[in-house]
Every structure is written in structure tokens, then in C-alpha cells.
Design a binder for this molecule. Structure first.
Ligand code: PGA
Length: 251
């Protein structure tokens, strides 16, 4: 059985002290849980500016890894405010999220932009977590599969391999809303994604596919029990060590 990947996406939350406290709480709690560590891999994605503090806290253990929430589609130069994949690699990140729906919506990122970011993440030697998912209107019209299929085909560059990429299925309407699809709908979409990946990437049917969108300790057990769910991408509930770890324990 492959380990479940439990990703905490801290988004734009918390002071430097909050970040230090959160990572310390996570590490302290996880230490006492050999069984959970056997079943789960842990990844936290702090705001860029808190990455050095998280890195510092983690240096002596390799049970938790950390990554970026985004990176630039460019490699270097006059891009005020941007952070490159290479810089994240230099800061010892091992993963970077690309194409989160908040980036696609708030920053107008197209599938082509996402693909360029993924290329940069791979070129820097890191693993890309590529987010896909339909809006509520698209689901109401029964378009969820065609929307996700299109995102997968356009957001994954040719350099995508089983080893360097993870997919996160995040229905836009489930993010931060407390709403989740039914377990049948989650499983059906994950199976659909796996099939699409098989046609696109060598060995793609074995790629890790995470679920994200209002995952909490109460629903994590049944979500993680879905056959094709290999972990989850957690926003709100990852901001407290207690709920973040409880989600992993539910695996
Ligand atoms: P949420 O966010 O868990 O707060 O719904 C998930 C995400 O955006 O990755």
C-alpha cells in the first residue's frame, strides 16, 4: 500500500510566531505516532516568507517535508513580487503546488501558465502538485469530467512523470465552504482522473491523486477510505496541529 500524502496548505495565514508554533506542534505530536508515520507522508506548504522558519524547525527530522504554494511561470529576471521554482528548491522545498483554484481565479492563471510553472518545478528537481476541479455551475451542468479532463491535458507538460507529479482534485465549490461531494462522487472522479492519467503519462494510473476541499477530522476517514484517494490537500483544518494530525490518523 502506498502511503497517503497529507498536505497542509497554510495559504496566507498566520504570523511568523504562528508558523513556528504550528510546525513545532505538528512535529511534537507526530513523534509519538509511529503507526501514523508508517501510513502517511506529511507535507506542509507555508507562506513563502515563513519557509525558512519551518525549514529550521524541520532540519533534524525527515518525517515532515515542506513546499511552496505556488511559483513563478518565469525563471528569473524583472518579475517584481514573484518567487521562482529554483529559489524554492534552493530553500530546500521538495514540492510546489501549481494551479490552485485560488491562483486560477484570483490571478487569472490559465492552464498554459500552470503548465509552464510545472515545467519550472520539474526543471528545479521538485514534485509538482497540480490542482484541478470544476466550479459549482460546471457540476450543475454535468461538465465536471470534461472540465477536469481538459485541465489535465493542458496543465501537465510533456516532462510529467509518475515520480515528479501529484494531482489534487479540488472541486472549487468545496474549498473553504464546508461542502463536499458524496463519497461516490469523489471516488468516481478519482477513478476518472486515474484513467485519464493512464492515457497521458507512462504509468500514470499509479500517480498519486489527492482530494481537497473542506477536508476535516470528521469526514477524513471516509474520504481517505475511497479506493482511488491517495491523500488530501487541506486548507483550513491544517492550521491547527490537532486537526491536521487527526486527519492523518483517520487514514
Ligand atoms: P479547505 O481548502 O480545506 O479550507 O477547503 C482546501 C484547499 O484550498 O486546498
Amino acid at each position: 500500500m502506498t502511503k497517503k500524502l497529507i498536505v497542509g496548505n497554510w495559504k496566507m495565514n498566520g504570523s511568523l510566531d504562528d508558523a513556528k508554533r504550528l510546525i513545532a506542534d505538528i512535529l511534537n505530536t507526530i513523534y509519538g505516532m509511529p503507526e501514523t508515520l508508517e501510513k502517511c507522508d506529511f507535507l506542509v506548504c507555508p507562506p513563502f516568507i515563513h519557509i525558512p522558519a519551518v525549514r529550521h524547525a524541520i532540519t533534524t527530522v525527515d518525517t515532515v517535508v515542506f513546499g511552496g504554494q505556488d511559483c513563478s511561470a518565469s525563471t528569473n529576471g524583472a518579475y517584481t513580487g514573484d518567487v521562482s521554482a529554483e529559489m524554492l528548491k534552493d530553500s530546500k522545498c521538495s514540492y510546489v503546488i501549481a494551479g490552485h483554484s485560488e491562483r486560477r481565479k484570483n490571478h487569472g492563471e490559465s492552464d498554459e501558465t500552470v503548465a509552464q510553472k510545472v515545467r519550472n518545478i520539474h526543471a528545479a528537481g521538485m514534485i509538482a502538485i497540480v490542482c484541478v476541479g470544476e466550479t459549482e455551475a460546471q457540476r450543475d451542468q454535468g461538465q465536471q469530467e470534461s472540465v477536469v479532463a481538459q485541465q489535465l491535458s493542458k496543465s501537465l507538460p510533456d516532462c510529467t512523470t509518475l515520480e515528479n507529479t501529484v494531482i489534487a482534485y479540488e472541486p472549487v465549490w468545496a474549498i473553504g465552504t464546508g461542502k463536499t461531494p458524496t463519497m461516490d462522487a469523489i471516488q468516481a472522479m478519482h477513478a476518472f482522473i486515474r484513467k485519464a492519467l493512464a492515457g497521458q503519462v507512462q504509468g500514470g494510473e499509479q500517480m498519486r491523486v489527492l482530494y481537497g476541499g473542506s477536508v476535516d477530522p470528521a469526514n477524513a476517514g471516509e474520504i481517505l477510505a475511497c479506493k482511488d484517494v491517495d491523500g488530501c490537500l487541506i486548507g483550513g483544518a491544517s492550521l491547527k496541529a490537532e486537526s491536521y494530525i487527526a486527519i492523518a490518523q483517520a487514514a
